[in-house]
Write a protein that binds this ligand. Structure first.
Ligand SMILES: [Zn+2]
Length: 510
């Protein structure tokens, strides 16, 4: 892989017998994507390789088109604290020390502990889909039989903006359905800060509350990795998965560039947005803007330049949001925190801007990661390094910066013969200039070579002694391959219809 991709890195652990236990790898594209879209990571270990019965766990996220992208992948031996700590630390090391804002996964005590150790500044959120699977199992007597319980349970997860109201609703739920002693709910309540929106709506999550992305990616993997593949064939097949998905990304980029933006029939703020955002994100914004006709606002107070409004949607008049707007700084905040949570302004903010005759969205509310130019580097802004900085770190920064810029250039140029020839022509000019600079800097041959061997610094361990992949007892003893364990909601799918769940139930956009 390294021959094809100089930014490809891997790391692995060996046991006392020299057998490989945990493996992690990431390629140049995954690392470059993490720089731009590595704000939230979903991590799911439910996909298993047939032959070795190992959790195969990709670290995923979505790009500015709403497509799933892969940052890196782990093949784990065991799902214990040590394995997860090793994985997260390796991941962060490979990604230049950048920690994600949020990590989303299922309820696993080992993973929770590992996140506290290896990602102490990252917010850990639990997947709502998994919580519902567990609720169906542990609260079957009320969950499947009473529609009102499902609604009340959904409300405590999503609806409250202040802690006191949430706690009151929780108490009412326990009381009404006689669940005060239920051990699963007691445990769930202990972890409330990881799943109740009241504790997380101010933290950026890209509007995702479940790991359904990982689940759908797993079903894609199942199409490619169905047979009992050996390690080499497994990696080969996985490369095909990545290549196919990345081609789809490229197609989306080109589709976006080719699309003529017609904005004649749009109002001013939508004209601004259609130019800025990718088509899929623009559609979300347009939908949100469409709701402002149904938002009633009432001016509660006005002090100097600061106005405070109460905003109520006509279909949900029991929920009021408070919006503050400072016209001197064009700062606007809403208590629903949708902007903070998903990076697009909410209907309440848009309505208040509208009543104040502000027909353009202030720059500070345009999140670059959702825009057409998410991957664009700021022109001629060089990465900053200091004299005190570790030379290897500084070198790596420069290397990654150039890779981002040239990867995009090469992707675009490869589509057209003339553009390709232009890049190749300039390559020789650049190559000569770089060689001159190197010569003038009096770098010795050995030192020069070290500058181009950056890609190896993250995986410089000597693995020549590795004797092979450690095989778990079940697989070693010829046990049957382990299929993914289905959740209770999935198991009951064929027997009877599950409790209806609306499209917006998981609060995911895509
Ligand atoms: Zn709002």
């Amino acid at each position: 892989m390294r021959v094809k991709d100089p930014l490809f890195v891997y790391d692995m652990q060996l046991d006392d017998e020299g057998m490989i236990t945990n493996i992690f790898w990431a390629d140049g594209k995954g690392r470059a994507d993490y720089e731009v879209f590595g704000d939230v990571v979903t991590f799911d270990t439910t996909f298993r390789t047939n032959k070795y019965d190992r959790p195969f766990a990709p670290l995923l996220r979505i790009n500015n088109h709403g497509q799933t992208i892969v940052f890196g992948v782990a093949l784990l031996y065991q799902e214990n604290v040590e394995s997860f700590v090793w994985l997260f630390q390796t991941f962060i090391g490979v990604m230049n020390g950048k920690h994600p804002t949020t990590i989303l996964n299922d309820q696993s005590a080992a993973m929770a502990k590992a996140i506290m150790i290896a990602l102490p500044t990252t917010h850990h959120r639990l997947c709502i889909w998994h919580i519902y699977q567990n609720a169906a199992k542990h609260l079957a007597h009320v969950f499947s039989g009473m529609r009102s319980f499902a609604i009340a349970f959904q409300q405590v997860i999503y609806d409250y903006e202040d802690e006191a109201s949430f706690l009151e609703a929780w108490e009412n739920l326990l009381e009404k359905y006689n669940l005060r002693e239920n051990p699963w709910l007691l445990k769930l309540f202990e972890e409330r800060k990881k799943w109740a929106m009241v504790y997380g709506r101010h933290i950026f999550c890209g509007n995702m509350m479940s790991t359904q992305r990982s689940k759908s990616f797993n079903s894609v993997l199942r199409n490619y990795l169905t047979s009992k593949l050996g390690v080499a064939r497994f990696f080969e097949q996985f490369e095909r998965v990545l290549a196919d998905r990345r081609y789809a990304e490229l197609q989306e980029d080109y589709k976006m560039m080719d699309q003529s933006i017609s904005s004649k029939e749009l109002c001013l703020i939508l004209r601004q947005m259609v130019q800025l955002y990718t088509p899929s994100i623009f559609q979300k914004l347009k939908d949100e803007y469409g709701k402002i006709l149904y938002v009633m606002v009432e001016l509660l107070s006005e002090e100097n330049t600061l106005k405070t409004y109460k905003a109520v949607h006509v279909d949900a008049s029991c929920y009021a949001s408070l919006v503050t707007f400072d016209c001197s700084t064009e700062t606007i905040e809403c208590s629903c925190k949708k902007f903070e949570f998903c990076g697009i302004p909410c209907m309440h903010m848009l309505r208040v801007l509208d009543v104040n005759q502000k027909f353009m969205l202030p720059d500070k509310y345009i999140m670059k990661r959702w825009t057409r130019k998410a991957r664009d580097m700021d022109t001629c802004i060089f990465v900053s390094t200091t004299a005190e900085e570790d030379p290897r770190v500084a070198k790596n920064k420069r290397y990654m910066d150039m890779c981002h810029r040239y990867q995009k250039l090469i992707s675009e140029a490869s589509e057209y013969e003339e553009a390709y020839k232009e890049v190749v022509r300039h390559y020789f000019v650049l190559d000569g200039k770089v060689k001159d600079i190197v010569k003038m800097s009096h770098l010795g041959k050995e030192e020069y070579l070290s500058t181009i061997d950056i890609s190896n610094q993250n995986s410089s361990h000597d693995y020549h002694g590795a004797r092979g992949l450690a095989i778990k007892c079940k697989a070693r003893c010829g046990g049957r391959s382990v299929k993914r364990i289905k959740g209770p909601l999935e198991q009951s799918k064929k027997k009877k219809k599950p409790t209806p769940v609306s499209d917006t139930f998981f609060f995911n956009w895509f």
